[in-house]
Ligand binder design. Structure first.
Ligand SMILES: NC(=O)C1=CN([C@@H]2O[C@H](COP(=O)(O)OP(=O)(O)OC[C@H]3O[C@@H](n4cnc5c(N)ncnc54)[C@H](O)[C@@H]3O)[C@@H](O)[C@H]2O)C=CC1
Ligand SMILES: O=C(O)[C@@H]1CCC=N1
Length: 300
């Protein structure tokens, strides 16, 4: 199935995939590089039934970035429940079989499972989603120097992840175009200049959806304590957090300016914010981000 969208309205992944001849009749046939990374590339996801692996696999299929026949996933059970509506997707248990089939291997197991992976990538392109595992460790463990580290977040499940990535020097320009197109299916993908930035963003955006969840939890507890019904408390918290975030994004306002603007009323908001700041909410957030960052660079 092919999607026809006006050039100006095409999302980034669609523009790139068209360059790889995904849509017939619109081929940049002048580039050998583009031909090499054409629709023939098979994507394998190790851990493709887990939270992140499944989110990426589903996004690739639903957005027609990869056809079912070009997707292979491995899981411990070999049964591809998550992919039952996509019979063309190959689900395997043996990661060596996946590696033999795939041109690009996405690694989406937990960091503690990395050491027990017995595969040899023979310099195939690998995209690791693992937190706390440096490129060098991935290269040593999997036998490929073409390593991309990418950091999704839980919002990949609804295609709203911030998905930064860093490529080792052996990754080619064509590889990078492919990576950007694959990851953009889950939200906003962005190449980073250094691996250091990726480690930092593991704490900020990788872990990020947990932070509004904590805020929502504490607001909800407070609303329940104030005697609101469960239904109204939940609706009020969710609509407020979503609406407030969309307001910042839509207006493009500097967050600090929005805080000042609301404090300037010198009313209820000012009382609430000043108390939270006097109690050390900003320092608590900074200390939390520092701790998550430390964990990202020196795992226990
Ligand atoms: N969940 C999140 O919000 C984020 C996760 N990450 C990273 O993504 C990676 C995956 O995390 P999740 O998807 O949340 O974990 P998960 O536990 O949901 O998924 C991991 C999957 O890998 C499978 N698995 C383990 N060993 C395997 C093997 N040898 N062969 C095939 N499959 C195997 C497991 O059965 C499981 O289905 C982690 O390394 C994590 O650091 C990064 C950013 C955010
Ligand atoms: O908590 C973790 O280690 C992973 C990385 C960022 C989000 N989840």
């Amino acid at each position: 199935m092919y999607i026809c969208v006006h050039e100006k309205e095409r999302p980034e992944w669609m523009v790139v995939m068209r360059r790889w001849k995904v849509c017939p009749g619109d081929v940049d046939s002048g580039s050998e590089e583009v031909k090499t990374m054409s629709q023939d590339a098979v994507i394998g996801i190790i851990g493709g039934q887990g939270w992140m692996g499944r989110a990426l696999g589903m996004a690739l299929l639903e957005r027609n970035v990869v056809s079912p026949e070009r997707l292979v996933i491995s899981s411990r059970s070999s049964r591809g429940e998550a992919y039952r509506n996509w019979p063309g997707v190959r689900c395997v248990k043996d990661n060596r079989e996946l590696v033999a089939l795939a041109d690009v291997v996405v690694l989406s197991v937990r960091p503690e499972d990395l050491a027990s992976l017995e595969v040899e990538l023979d310099d195939k392109l690998v995209i690791s989603l693992l937190a706390m595992a440096p490129s060098q460790e991935i290269a040593n463990q999997l036998g490929s120097r073409r390593v991309v580290r990418a950091m999704p977040n839980a919002a990949a499940e609804i295609r709203r992840a911030y998905f930064p990535w860093f490529a080792s020097p052996q990754v080619s320009v064509a590889d990078k175009r492919l990576v950007q197109a694959l990851l953009a299916s889950c939200g906003t993908a962005r190449e980073l200049p250094t691996e250091r930035d990726l480690d930092y963003l593991t704490a900020l955006s990788g872990a990020g959806p947990a932070y509004p969840a904590l805020l929502a939890q504490s607001m909800l507890e407070h609303a329940r304590g104030a005697g609101l019904s469960e239904e109204i408390a939940r609706e009020a918290v969710m609509q407020t957090l979503v609406g407030g975030s969309l307001l910042l994004e839509t207006l493009g306002t500097e967050p600090g300016d929005m805080v000042e603007r609301l404090i300037a009323y010198d009313g209820t908001t000012a009382k609430g914010l000043r108390t939270m700041m006097d109690e050390g909410i900003v320092q608590a957030i900074h200390r939390g981000l520092d701790a998550a960052h430390r964990a990202a660079i020196s795992p226990p």
